[in-house]
Write a protein that binds this ligand. Structure first.
Ligand code: SF4
Ligand code: SF4
Length: 484
């Protein structure tokens, strides 16, 4: 059992903590607490959770609002479709997300971890289910120590069943970001084929749904704080982003120590005691099983639960709130936090520039790109009709969200002509290469290498067009000689 004061080493005794890597983790029993930060997490988490659950069900132009279509190598995000050619944009999006995380961390510490990280949100959701089925912290400890009874069996199985439902909804929703949700749902319904066998469609999607169901069940049900402590890389390098003015959860040692129990009307200050009554509530509510009174620790996810717990205790004792609070090292030492500091300004400025550049690039993204390459196998051809001919390969990439018919044209101050009108119909997001032959009468050529412009446009929408210059290679003799 953990979350109890008796397992804690005395504060400040030694800065070195010894960890037995082969020791199995003790189960953490978290005390339920309500307060400002718990409500904040609930209200911040609710729209995020609803967004996660509902987004795959929304459609835009008949397509899921968000769909990472891996087989087609297309990512549909709201009104924009990213293809393989947009790898750089997607890389930028990830860099911007990482930088936003660094900016928030420099300012508010690990609030992402404590308030919005899925591991925390799902763990707290599973703990809610645990509390609902097995009762409060003391009841859960007692239940785990007790012998198996019908009641214990019923309480445990109902908890695991509730976890399973939450895990399945999570796994299903996650896969629905990669597989259209309605097809995924239909794929789960078995039917008899012509040979009389019971079959299900979408075996792969079902496999991944069950896989992510299992992962959710294991991570939020059993691994919990161990993911944050031992698996998450972010916990390890977050300290690089902290400075003396970063807001994080701190225990006010000067005000709280020396700690100790007291009688209700005792003049504890005269006894030399601080405001901490050593009730251990701050430890009992901590989801990562640490004692914040030992100082800032890398395990702390800034969830604020210990702040709520301690404030509740302070209210009962009629002491001022804030013995544990979001504050900075600077404030604890010098009485004030520098909120507006060069480092934060620099982070915000860089973030604004990166976001603006990204939005501008996406907003001005053309729905059509072409790539023209000349057939390198044959520099040029002389054809019987007295024409010189070059062959080109035109790669057309329809990045629009609907199918179009495209036509290829050439433009030049010389009388180039296409072999025949080249039309091709492409689905949304489709890439297709077509060969085209360009000819010119031999005596009309004015130079060995001539510039020629290829234009590709949608026949139903002139605004969707693209052009690219290419070189037409003629014979390395004069036109007069060519005509001989
Ligand atoms: S909850 Fe507050 S009073 Fe109780 S042990 Fe923690 S710091 Fe001390
Ligand atoms: S020490 Fe407090 S803020 Fe940090 S993880 Fe534990 S409960 Fe959350």
């Amino acid at each position: 059992m953990s979350n109890a004061t008796d397992k804690k080493e005395p504060a400040n005794e030694s800065p070195i903590r010894y960890v037995n890597l082969y020791e199995s983790e003790e189960k953490v029993y978290i005390r339920k607490i309500s307060g400002f930060y718990q409500s904040l997490r609930r209200y911040a988490g609710l729209p995020l959770m609803l967004g996660f659950l509902l987004l795959p069900w929304f459609t835009i132009d008949g397509r899921p609002a968000i769909l990472f279509d891996l087989p087609a190598r297309q990512f549909h995000i709201l009104w924009v479709t990213f293809g393989p050619q947009d790898g750089m944009l997607l890389a930028w999006l990830l860099i911007i997300s990482a930088f936003a995380l660094f900016t928030v961390t420099a300012f508010l510490g690990r609030v992402w971890c404590g308030f919005t990280c899925p591991q925390t949100v799902w763990t707290l959701m599973f703990i809610w289910a645990e509390h609902f089925c097995e009762g409060d912290r003391n009841k859960r400890i007692k239940l785990d120590k007790s012998n198996w009874t019908v009641e214990k069996f019923f309480r445990k199985t109902s908890k695991y069943f509730l976890w399973l439902i939450i895990s399945f909804i999570t796994g299903f929703t996650f896969v629905a970001y990669f597989y259209p949700v309605r097809e995924l749902l239909n794929g789960f319904i078995p039917y008899f084929d012509d040979a009389g066998f019971l079959v299900v469609d979408s075996f792969t999607a079902i496999f991944w749904t069950l896989f992510f169901t299992g992962m959710t069940y294991m991570n939020a049900g059993f691994l919990r704080e161990q993911v944050c402590k031992y698996m998450c890389p972010y916990a390890r390098f977050q300290s690089v982003m902290y400075d003396d003015d970063t807001l994080a959860v701190h225990y006010d040692t000067e005000r709280g120590d020396p700690r100790g129990a007291r009688k209700p009307d005792e003049d504890y200050k005269a006894e030399g005691k601080g405001d901490c009554i050593d009730c251990s509530w701050c430890v009992q509510v901590c989801p990562v099983d640490i004692d914040i009174r030992d100082g800032l620790q890398y395990e702390c996810i800034n969830c604020g639960l210990c702040v709520d717990a301690c404030n509740a205790v302070m209210d009962k004792m009629e002491y001022p709130r804030g013995l544990i609070r979001f504050t900075s090292d600077d404030e604890l030492e010098n009485g004030k936090t520098k909120f507006l500091r060069p480092r934060v300004f620099a982070y915000i400025a860089i973030l604004i520039v990166m976001c603006s550049a990204f939005i501008y690039t996406v907003a001005n993204r053309k729905p059509l790109t072409i790539d023209v390459s000349r057939d390198r196998g044959a520099q040029m051809f002389r054809v019987r009709s007295g024409q010189i001919q070059n062959v080109y390969m035109i790669k057309i990439n329809n990045m629009d969200r609907q199918a179009h018919e495209f036509i290829v044209e050439v433009d030049s101050d010389q009388p180039f002509t296409l072999g025949k009108a080249k039309k091709v119909e492409l689905d949304e997001g489709e890439i297709f290469s077509i060969p085209v032959r360009v000819s010119i009468p031999q005596d009309a050529l004015t130079s060995i290498a001539s510039e020629i412009k290829f234009i590709v446009r949608a026949t139903d929408n002139d605004a969707i067009s693209a052009q690219e210059m290419a070189t037409f290679i003629g014979p390395s003799v004069t036109p007069a000689e060519v005509s001989k």
